[in-house]
Design a protein around this ligand. Structure first.
Ligand SMILES: [Zn+2]
Length: 361
């Protein structure tokens, strides 16, 4: 598992970019597909049926993303419907359920097991030592995802270049673009998820935008199926935390919080607490959030590479620590981004034992 994350280089139309990704990440995509078929068994066919209206919404609102996915399916040689469904977390995590079908009753253990974890600290002036924008993000997933990671350079004709950390080459976790936008953030478990444009595909659209206002509008697409907690940062010195659900959102600007945003995997805004799908089960997220807030307070004004690196390697409250080694999800990669200089450092696996490699766009 350790060692640098492989880079996929692309260029061309959305379809061609997708096709190149599919060719380069074919083995990883087939692994993901096999795992899903094994995990979901006979339910996979039902989920494919249920994903059709999500496809229709995505086709209407994000046609370029659909072209890229079609190219990827062709390049990877897997059915398009299957690839599309691999990115519909709203169905895979049982958030959007068929009504009246007892076979599809929520399974709390499965939902917990599949849930992603992420810990974020994002800092803008006056919180940073050098006046830069610093983003620190640990991504916690099932251990098998560590072998499916790529750094994908999306170079679609006429669009900003995106440097994205992806699962399977195509599904973006975090990234930045040549227009100076950064996107990090966290999985949330909301109770109002619905048929719409899947949140994972909205991430792709956020990162193609040319400024923060457009990126925010993309994150708030009214037809979204649900939302991550998207932390959108701009090289001009602004960060906005977009704590969303399908139908609601709370925005927090770094200018309102002394420059720092800290977030993990549960709702924080009082207005959003009502959307928490599993309020009994947020302790593992709350411990990591407490540490992020500790760093935000303790290091206000001096946040830089060293502080961000210390944060992502933090083991306080282990096993539910920021650098996570135990449980269903573990830290599979860690990212430190200096958005001002558009440099991204990445460590595969736990950042306390693996070195950071530098990438830029
Ligand atoms: Zn560690």
């Amino acid at each position: 598992m350790p060692g640098p994350i492989p880079v996929i280089e692309t260029r061309g139309s959305p379809y061609e970019v997708g096709r190149r990704i599919g060719v380069a990440a074919r083995d990883a995509i087939h692994d993901m597909h096999r795992q899903a078929l094994s995990e979901y068994g006979e339910r996979w066919e039902t989920l494919l049926q249920e994903s059709r209206p999500f496809q229709e919404k995505t086709q209407i609102h994000l046609p370029k993303v659909m072209l890229e996915l079609q190219g990827c399916a062709t390049g990877a040689e897997i059915p398009f419907d299957d690839l599309f469904l691999l990115g519909v977390e709203e169905l895979l995590y049982d958030e959007v359920r068929s009504s009246g079908d007892p076979a599809r009753a929520p399974d709390l253990n499965l939902a917990t097991e599949r849930g992603k974890g992420c810990s974020d600290l994002a800092a803008a002036p006056p919180a940073t030592r050098d006046g830069h924008i610093w983003l620190a993000h640990n991504n916690d997933l099932g251990i098998s995802a560590a072998d499916q990671l790529f750094v994908t350079r999306f170079r679609v004709d006429g669009e900003p270049e995106i440097l994205g950390v992806t699962v399977g080459g195509i599904f973006i976790s975090v990234g930045m673009n040549s227009a100076g936008l950064g996107l990090t953030g966290n999985q949330l478990n909301a109770n109002d998820s619905r048929i719409g444009v899947p949140r994972l595909y909205i991430v792709r659209d956020i990162l193609v935008q040319t400024d923060l206002d457009r990126a925010l509008a993309s994150a708030l697409l009214p037809e979204r199926a649900s939302s991550y907690n998207n932390i959108i940062s701009s090289g001009d010195g602004r960060i906005v935390n977009v704590e969303g659900s399908a139908g609601a959102v709370a925005l927090t600007w770094s200018s309102e919080t002394g420059g720092v945003v800290a977030h993990t995997n549960h709702y924080l805004d009082p207005e959003m607490l009502v959307f928490e799908a599993d309020p009994e089960n947020i302790a593992m997220s709350a411990s990591r959030c407490a540490r992020a807030l500790d760093y935000a307070r303790k290091y206000h004004g001096v946040i830089d590479f060293e502080i961000c690196q210390r944060f992502v390697r933090d083991h306080v409250y282990a096993p539910w620590s920021v650098c996570k080694h135990a449980g269903q999800s573990v830290t599979v990669f860690s990212t430190l981004i200096d958005l001002t200089t558009r440099q991204m450092w990445l460590a595969r696996g736990n950042p306390c034992v693996n070195d950071f490699e530098l990438y830029s766009c």
